[in-house]
Every structure is written in structure tokens, then in C-alpha cells.
Design a binder for this molecule. Sequence first.
Ligand code: ADP
Length: 191
Amino acid sequence: MPLDIVILGPPGAGKGTQAAKIEADAGIPHIATGDIVRAEMAAETPFGLRVMEYNLRGELVPDELMIERVRERLLEGDTEDGFVLDGFPRTLAQAQALDAMLDDLDRSIRVVLHFQLPEELAEQRLLGRALASGRADDTPEVIHKRMATMRVPHDLIAYYRALGNLVGIHADRSIEEVYAEVQNVLETAAA
Ligand code: ADP
């Protein structure tokens, strides 16, 4: 069975950092939908042009558009042994669509890693990331606002909790400590 993983958590939780480690160790691709959206807007693909208006307004891309794009991505050959999905699902409708599309492929989400940490700490990390990358537009105020809009919705958490594959990750520790916990969870999930 492929190792299909979903990562949930606020921006700054360390999702990208840990997903890159899983990708390197498990040989399954890190699929970050935010990266896909940004890359396609920059390349002005048909999808990129369609989502640009929502992005410019600071809104989420409509479910149907995002679901279709993720479906295409998951059908690419590199997901054969699994994937780490980061940034999707963001709504209950997306979660249900993801389950339906995986079901069609005779596969299912093995584990949902829910990265948890105090929002102040996530904001501090994002400020550090902004400074490191020279993104001067990421001020404390902008980051604070984004944090509120990007909070993982309760119905999504409740959905996965009810399915029984939700595992909380203590993301308020060092990168190595978090990764040790992630590895433990994945070993149990893969067994
Ligand atoms: P996300 O993908 O959840 O938005 P990132 O992986 O981009 O988060 O991490 C956000 C910032 O926090 C980055 O600068 C990253 O280096 C840093 N970071 C990630 N994990 C940790 C950690 N466990 N401890 C300290 N800093 C971290």
C-alpha cells in the first residue's frame, strides 16, 4: 500500500521543513499546493491565470479548481509509492473529494499529521523566514492577519478525527525532535 500522508497545520508550523525530510527519506514527493499555485501563476498557465484573481484578492482558490488540479497532480507517476500533501485539503469539501479520488484509485490516506504549536511561535518563525528570504512585505501585522485566515478549520480536524487517522505532532520543538516524532508516527502507520 502506498504511503499517502496529509500534513495539516498553520503557516510556520514547519510543514515544509518536515515534508522535505520525509521526501528525502521515504522517496515520496512533497506536494505543496501553495507552491503549485505560485509556480503556475508565474508561468501564466491556464490554471495559473484562472486562480490569479482569487490570489490577488487574498481568497482561497475555489474548491472545484483546486480539487481538479490536485487530482491531476496525484495521477502523476511519482506518487506510486505515496505522497506528502501539504496545503490541501483546506476545506471539508476538499477532504471529502480527496477521499473519493483516492478511493477510485484503490488507495487511502494512511495518516494525517496535525502540526500543533502556539500561534505566537509560528508567527515568530514566519518573521524569521521572511527576514531570511528578504521578503520585506511580510511584516508582523501581515503575518498576524494571514495566521487568522489560514487557521486549520475545526470541521476538517473533526472529519479526520472521526475517520481515525489523525495524529497530533508537537511542532513547538527543534526540527530534529519534531522529525523524530514524525518518523515514529510513520513507522507505526506503515506497519
Ligand atoms: P510551513 O511549511 O508550515 O509554513 P516551514 O517549514 O516553512 O513552515 O517553516 C517556517 C519557518 O520556521 C522556516 O524558517 C523554518 O526554517 C523554521 N522552522 C521549521 N521548523 C522549525 C522548528 N522545529 N524549530 C525552529 N524553526 C523551525
